[in-house]
Design a protein around this ligand. Structure first.
Ligand code: AMP
Ligand code: MG
Length: 337
């Protein structure tokens, strides 16, 4: 399996880059006010979500037709809501990204491509953080790869993430990728030339720990995050970012902790919100678990049925956070939060 990963990642990297170009194309063509950009139906999903998924699955269907696919979007909803304008735009932007003319049926066929039953399964969120995308803020194109249910490789295109964390107003656009046994890497989206290795931060001092959480209050439990920060004495600040960009930030040492408590007890996270990010952070030397310290189990269908919440960290601070979670829940050991 290890020797296959570089080739698998090469396809996924190219696909994620092309998908990111579709997303940016939709933003460029949208009216100036982000709120005015077309949402298709009631869900926050845009032409960009479908175009991105089409481009990624075109690449996977071509290179690995027998691989399994779990992907967030389906063509039926697009057909129902996109209208003529949406159809014209997706055909144009997907064609531009692939470098050849394409037809609408071809595009819809890629969106619905689900492959076979190979031990490899691609897990795709074509735009993770659609709410961030609609605000022209952070979002990620997420392409994860499972082998027999375990995350082994991940690619995250982060078109709006500043390349230099010390220069937030500087040029944006990074592609993170990594594979188990290969390490983790970053390259700029605007050139694709230089690839540099990235790794998680080395700090074990809670006072230096920078914490990441969702922008959307409804996607988590900000009061619990605040309680953990106080209990563990995490002193590096708490930044709220949309999407799996948070995993990219932990994998590249920009933050130490990504804490995602559940918004309500019955909520179970979707696997496409975590597959690519988990592989990336683990490849970068970090650790990902649920809030009980259990590894995320990606083998239970579209949702992480066996897990409650998510904690990604640089590894060295993982235990401290789990202890703080147990403490704020008022129980003696790691517990269900
Ligand atoms: P984030 O930007 O980190 O908040 O994550 C965005 C993802 O949150 C979306 O892709 C949704 O799948 C997911 N999501 C939607 N509703 C909820 C919820 N109630 N709790 C947790 N995650 C959610
Ligand atoms: Mg998502």
């Amino acid at each position: 399996m290890d020797r296959l990963l570089p080739g698998l990642l090469a396809v996924a990297r190219r696909a994620a880059r092309a998908a990111a170009s579709v997303c940016l194309g939709v933003l460029e063509e949208a009216p100036a006010a982000p709120a005015a950009m077309a949402k298709l139906g009631k869900e926050p999903v845009t032409v960009a979500d479908y175009g991105s998924q089409a481009v990624i699955l075109a690449a996977i269907a071509d290179a690995f037709p027998q691989h399994g696919v779990v992907a967030e979007e389906g063509a039926a909803h697009f057909r129902e809501h996109a209208g003529e304008e949406g159809a014209e735009q997706i055909v144009r932007l997907v064609g531009r990204a692939l470098g050849r003319p394409v037809g609408l049926d071809e595009v819809l066929g890629w969106i619905d491509h689900r492959g076979g039953e190979a031990p490899f399964t691609w897990v795709i969120d074509p735009i993770d953080g659609t709410k961030g995308f609609l605000r022209r803020d952070q979002f990620a194109v997420a392409v994860g790869l499972l082998h027999e249910g375990r995350p082994v490789a991940g690619v995250l295109a982060c078109p709006h993430l500043p390349v230099d964390p010390a220069d937030p107003a500087g040029p944006p656009g990074l592609l993170f990728w990594g594979g188990i046994g290969l390490g983790a890497f970053a390259e700029r989206l605007d050139d694709g030339g230089a690839v540099r290795p990235v790794s998680v931060s080395a700090t074990a001092d809670p006072r230096e720990a920078r914490v990441l959480g969702s922008v959307e209050t409804a996607h988590g439990d900000p009061a619990l995050v605040q309680a953990v920060i106080e209990s563990a004495g995490l002193g590096g600040g708490w930044v709220r970012l949309d999407s799996q960009v948070k995993y990219g930030a932990v994998a590249s040492g920009r933050a130490e902790v990504y804490l995602r408590p559940r918004s309500r007890p019955e909520y179970r996270d979707c696997i496409w919100d975590h597959a690519a990010g988990t592989a990336l952070v683990e490849a970068a030397g970090g650790r990902v678990s649920d809030l009980d310290g259990r590894p995320l189990d990606f083998s239970r269908g579209a949702r992480l049925q066996a897990n409650r919440g998510v904690l990604a960290s640089n590894g060295r601070l993982h235990g401290v956070i789990l202890e703080a979670l147990a403490a704020v829940a008022g129980r003696p050991g790691p517990t269900a939060i």
